[in-house]
Write a protein that binds this ligand. Structure first.
Ligand SMILES: CC(C)(COP(=O)(O)OP(=O)(O)OC[C@H]1O[C@@H](n2cnc3c(N)ncnc32)[C@H](O)[C@@H]1OP(=O)(O)O)[C@@H](O)C(=O)NCCC(=O)NCCS
Length: 209
């Protein structure tokens, strides 16, 4: 994520979490982007030319998801022309990567984007030496819980009354050690299945266009 992505990220944040009070501000995201312990990624499509979500080649898909300022600094991509469809962020806390946010624009639900973002978070967390990935999720948010369970997150404990807007409980979820052989075997299998599924879909869509 770059500074210039922040206004679009705020739109997505407000759409996804309307009950959040006070609403997240430009300044908070700006601070997050300059926080050495935080990492934020976006998934976007280029406004120029044909619609691309970047699944045609693994490298370009991966490139789309990386924090471009810190890791790629690829000035050939003009972020101001890109349309951000979703984002995710995490903090490195000792040996844990704690997912602080993940959201996709509603118009783009069910197209594998949330999963792409989670894959990139896990990969980036592993590169940064995190042992596990943790998160909190509302007990009522079954959609997100399904996504997390698919990727091996398990319920660690319940935080009672965690959400201040309605007093809802949070599930604290955690992965096993992400560098372990069993986790990696499962993760690589899921990643490959996801890539093959969406590659087929986007090839078909491009043929129809
Ligand atoms: C959670 C969220 C990011 C999922 O994004 P998405 O792009 O629609 O999800 P994907 O298409 O990548 O789906 C990945 C997995 O999520 C789960 N999932 C997605 N939509 C679902 C639905 N309607 N019902 C049940 N499970 C669902 C499934 O496990 C799915 O895997 P599958 O395709 O093998 O069944 C999205 O719903 C969102 O932005 N929600 C609002 C913000 C939010 O709640 N964030 C989580 C805060 S903890």
């Amino acid at each position: 994520m770059r500074d210039s992505d922040i206004p679009q990220v705020i739109d997505i944040d407000h759409e996804a979490f309307p009950a959040q009070w006070p609403p997240i501000s430009y300044t908070s995201y700006k601070q997050e982007l300059h926080n050495q312990l935080a990492r934020y990624v976006v998934i976007y499509k280029e406004k120029r030319g044909k619609t691309e979500i970047g699944f045609r080649k693994e490298s370009s898909w991966f490139k789309c998801l990386f924090n471009r300022d810190r890791f790629l600094d690829d000035e050939s991509i003009s972020p101001r022309e890109d349309y951000v469809m979703g984002f995710a962020g995490f903090w490195i806390m000792l040996d844990k990567a704690h997912l602080t946010n993940i959201a996709v624009r509603e118009a783009y639900y069910h197209q594998g984007l949330g999963e792409s973002l989670l894959i990139s978070v896990i990969e980036l967390a592993a590169q940064l030496g995190a042992r596990t990935v943790t998160l909190e999720v509302r007990v009522s948010n079954k959609v997100a819980q399904n996504l997390y369970r698919k990727y091996g997150f398990q319920e660690a404990k319940i935080r009672h009354g965690y959400y201040s807007d309605n007093g809802e409980d949070a599930l604290l979820m955690s992965t096993d050690t992400i560098s372990s052989a069993p986790f990696q075997a499962h993760f690589q299998q899921l990643k490959q299945a996801h890539s093959q599924k969406w590659q087929r879909v986007f090839t078909l869509v491009n043929q129809l266009n």
